[in-house]
Ligand binder design. Structure first.
Ligand code: ATP
Length: 374
């Protein structure tokens, strides 16, 4: 039987409608500490069931935004609406969220069971129901049997799993995670990252996680909110943020990026020294100083000289790819190119040689000069 590609796709990949009901609307939120503006007129909608990461460098305001949502900090101006309810002035304890902090923040004098049961007892849930719910939660975070242990007897990763179970105990509408993995070592962090992601997807709980770790955000988030100096630079899926950075800041903050000093020209063009380079369409003026951003993996090298050439001045073997550093021949600028290590070609043979460089136009974006500084 002849099966077309279309019917294969139709059978194998049913179209899943993603719900876009707003869970939380942040409207024009500003937070000042004295004369310092930590959040500057932030507006953002987070949808039901979404996993959103606030990502940005230290001091960009991501923790302040999370604390404002939790009511732990009060906004100077603006409104917060959760499921159509204005929560802007509600005290923390009247808001509907569970939270996990960076440092485990478990009660050291309470057992694992009592830590997880804490919120349920406060709500006067009946004993048998608490027993069942705590068992269910401990199973969910793979800690069945640890009921009677004290936090000090658990590893960092286990403590964070207890903190997660505690945050989820009262079935909050919103889960807030404040750098929950940053105190853990790399191996535990990677493992817990996938556990949290799987758990969130299974429960469908709307989740906001603060992180300064781009890999964490790229692997876990449905959408990433990139922040800098108290404003949102871009909101998008991990692929959008990586492939279509809206600003030079986002381009420089996520992944590796070359920035070449160029002069903007009309017609999707820039001049690198005297060499014309094609790029994506831009809004800069002809003659304006600009930077052309291109990812190292998009740069193509060839043995034949081309319009743009560079001398190989460094080669690093990085496993899946080799990173080649080139000094451009016509202008005093360097460029890196990541070449996949598909075969065992020893690129070190090219050290000192001049190679042709191709910058594909569809991967080259123009930003105003000097705007990539963090
Ligand atoms: P980090 O990853 O370092 O925690 P962040 O992006 O989470 O950074 P915030 O903690 O939100 O940043 O802080 C944003 C800015 O507001 C920083 O410059 C910080 O110094 C300032 N800030 C935060 N809390 C206060 C406070 N209580 N009083 C004065 N300034 C504050």
């Amino acid at each position: 039987m002849h099966t077309t590609m279309t019917s294969l796709l139709a059978a194998d990949a049913p179209i899943v409608m993603t719900p876009t009901t707003p869970h939380l609307r942040i409207e024009a939120v500003t937070k000042r500490f004295g004369t310092f503006t930590a959040l500057d007129n932030i507006s953002l909608t987070i949808n039901e069931g979404e996993f959103v990461c606030f990502l940005g460098p230290s001091g960009c305001g991501k923790t302040t935004l999370l604390r404002t949502i939790a009511g732990l900090a009060r906004q100077t101006a603006g409104t917060l609406i959760q499921r159509d309810k204005d929560i802007s002035t509600l005290p923390t304890q009247a808001r509907d969220f569970g939270i996990v902090f960076q440092s485990y923040a478990l009660f050291p004098n309470l057992t694992v069971f009592n830590n997880v049961a804490y919120g349920l007892r406060n709500r006067r849930v009946e004993r048998s129901r608490i027993q069942a719910r705590v068992s269910e939660l401990l199973a969910l975070v793979n800690l069945t049997g640890s009921d009677n242990k004290y936090p000090a007897a658990l590893s960092g990763g286990q403590q964070q799993r207890v903190a997660l179970a505690r945050a989820l105990a009262t079935e909050p509408g919103l889960l807030l995670l404040d750098e929950p993995l940053s105190a853990l070592d790399a191996r535990v962090r990677g493992h817990l990252r996938s556990q949290i992601k799987a758990l969130q997807a299974r429960l469908g709980v709307t989740t906001i996680m603060v992180t300064h770790d781009q890999e964490e955000a790229l692997t876990m988030a449905d959408r990433i909110v990139v922040m800098n100096h108290g404003v949102i630079e871009q909101v998008g899926t991990p692929a959008e943020i990586y492939h279509q950075p809206a600003s030079a800041f986002v381009a420089s903050f996520i992944g590796s990026m070359n920035f070449l000093e160029v002069t903007a020209q009309g017609d999707n063009q820039a001049l690198l020294g005297t060499t014309p380079c094609a790029c994506l369409s831009h809004t800069l003026k002809v003659g304006q100083a600009a930077q052309l951003a291109i990812r190292p993996e998009a740069v193509a090298l060839s043995r034949q000289a081309g319009a743009l050439n560079g001398e190989v001045i460094g080669i690093e073997f990085l496993g899946p790819f080799q990173r080649v550093t080139l000094r451009l021949t016509d202008v005093d600028q360097t460029l890196i190119a990541d070449v996949p290590s598909r075969d065992s070609t020893d690129l070190s043979l090219y050290q000192g040689q001049v190679l042709g460089i191709h910058l594909p136009a569809e991967a080259a974006r123009l930003y105003p000069a000097g705007s990539s500084q963090q």
